[in-house]
Design a protein around this ligand. Sequence first.
Ligand code: HEM
Length: 81
Amino acid sequence: SSRLPIISQEEVTRHRSLKDGVWVTYKGGVYDITEFVSMHPGGEKIMMAAGGAIEPFWSLYAVHNQEHVLDILSGYKVGEL
Ligand code: HEM
């Protein structure tokens, strides 16, 4: 992951739809979760985080505080902030 590109917050913000791609950030990492959106167990709520940080939402929905959820996320990493 240390060889992934540096991506600006501005570029992340441009990816907040299925058409343009759905990117999120988590602890300094950037993730392209476009392909995961339709598989999300919590449905379309995932789009609330599109183009920004997922931490505020995961604080509210503690179901994400599990190793297997982070495993899923790590598979979509495309860069670092
Ligand atoms: C459930 C992944 C973002 C709301 C889950 C589960 C996974 C997951 C794997 C199932 C966990 C389990 O039951 O063991 C993700 C990923 C996200 C993301 C990878 C971002 C990249 C969000 C956001 C919200 C959200 C932003 C809310 C704004 C929920 C809810 C559930 C859930 C409500 C529970 C669904 C249920 O069991 O009925 N998510 N999530 N998620 N997620 Fe997310």
